[in-house]
Design a protein around this ligand. Structure first.
Ligand SMILES: Cc1ncc(COP(=O)(O)O)c(C=O)c1O
Length: 385
């Protein structure tokens, strides 16, 4: 292909979009495929963005984010986790996804190994592949008490060429949450071997046993090789705003400024003003959304948990379930037929890494009525097979 690097030409669109594209926006489809619910960003957050526009917030600002937003992120983090991180460790390059991309670009050379805890969100693998690194994965295990993986199992798969380890906890798509003592072991390994740990914590407020999931920020020293990625999309219902942040070693600050400059020169300025409002006034929103997701999770367990053709590990966090549909040959075909015959959109398992072609991902963030109808349609469809 002219003008496209051969390795880029080989990349494929992720399977979620692949299934969804032909029916995107079709009101007859119950969409359980993407990682978002149906709640519009709350009014008080939207009002802050409108006010910022009316105040003339339309100019370039610091590429690492405005100091006001970075300070609000520092305060939010310190209040939530009882830490005392410095504002110099906070950058707002754009979306959380961009945070992962920049971290990967900074750490990896062509030919390095990049280790990803799997099943994993497909965009992560693509982002790593673009660096020229070899992506290697280590798969969580299904156990009677949920998805599990120890730090030792991750470390066992690491090679002398491994320069980065990606851990997404709570996990999209399984809902796995990495326990504190496993985090400590993995962090010690990364510290000793100078491996960059990219800790994707965008679902940090969607942990069903506590207010927030265990975070690497609670145990990392200031100069440990850890980049914590977080953002507004999930906890404040702001997926379309494309606003996220990273907490990095203090010494990386200038590099985040430089990398932000060459990606999108920082994030949208009036969205940043809304981000401050979300952090400072949004706790009730965060809790209300989590309550909705918790009800969604209970409903899903109730409707699918006992089905003879479905193996379901109850998710501990995030807002997805990743059930195995026993006996299906292809998750893509299953998702496409479910869409065509029952008007429900789910994500096919194969796109979350090897070993997942008997699985589908169901997002349970939608309001109860539509979620309930969607789950009933899935059950009826499976019963007809
Ligand atoms: C694991 C994970 N990381 C990052 C992101 C990206 O978040 P954002 O919308 O802030 O870019 C998502 C979005 O679904 C995700 O599931």
């Amino acid at each position: 292909m002219r003008g496209v690097r051969p390795d880029i030409a080989l990349l494929e669109q992720n399977g979620i979009t692949g299934v969804a594209m032909p029916r995107l926006g079709d009101p007859s489809v119950i969409p359980l495929w993407f990682g978002e619910g149906d709640v519009v960003t709350p009014e008080f957050i939207r009002a802050a963005a409108k006010k910022a526009l009316d105040d003339g917030d339309t100019f370039y600002v610091n590429t690492r984010g405005t100091i006001e937003l970075r300070a609000a992120i520092r305060d939010y983090t310190n209040n939530l986790y009882g830490t005392s991180i410095d504002v110099e460790r906070v950058s707002v390059p754009g979306s959380s996804m961009l945070g992962v991309t920049i971290a990967a670009q900074m750490a990896l050379n062509k030919g390095d190994d990049a280790l990803v805890v799997s099943p994993h969100w497909p965009n992560i693998e693509t982002t790593y592949a673009v660096t020229g690194a070899n992506v290697i994965t280590v798969r969580q295990r299904e156990t009677p008490s949920g998805w599990q993986l120890t730090a030792d199992e991750i470390i066992e798969v690491a090679t002398p060429k491994t320069r980065s380890i990606f851990v997404n906890s709570p996990c999209n798509p399984t809902g796995w949450v990495m326990p504190r003592e496993e985090q400590e072991k993995l962090l010690a390994f990364c510290r000793e071997n100078d491996v960059l740990l990219i800790a994707d914590e965008v679902y940090h407020r969607h942990f069903y046993q506590a207010d927030a999931a265990p975070s690497f920020i609670e145990i990392a020293e200031e100069e440990d090789p850890v980049v914590i990625v977080n953002g507004f999309s999930k906890a404040w219902a702001m997926t379309g705003w494309r606003l996220g942040w990273v907490i990095t070693p203090k010494s990386q600050g200038t590099h985040w400024a430089i990398m932000s400059e060459c990606f999108n020169t920082g994030s949208t300025v009036f969205a940043q003003r809304a981000g401050i409002t979300a952090l400072e006034q949004g706790e009730r929103t965060v809790h209300a959304l989590k309550q909705q997701y918790q009800q969604g999770r209970d409903l899903l367990i109730q409707k699918l948990g006992q089905h003879p053709h479905i193996d379901l590990c109850a998710p501990e966090g995030a807002f997805y379930a990743f059930p195995r549909i026993k006996g299906i040959q292809s998750s893509r075909t299953f998702a496409e037929q479910l869409l065509a015959e029952a008007d429900v959109g789910v994500a096919p398992g194969y796109t979350f890494g090897a070993g997942n072609d008997e699985y589908i991902r169901i997002c349970f963030a939608l309001g109860q009525d539509r979620l309930s109808e969607g789950l009933d349609r899935i059950v009826r469809f499976i019963d007809r097979q």
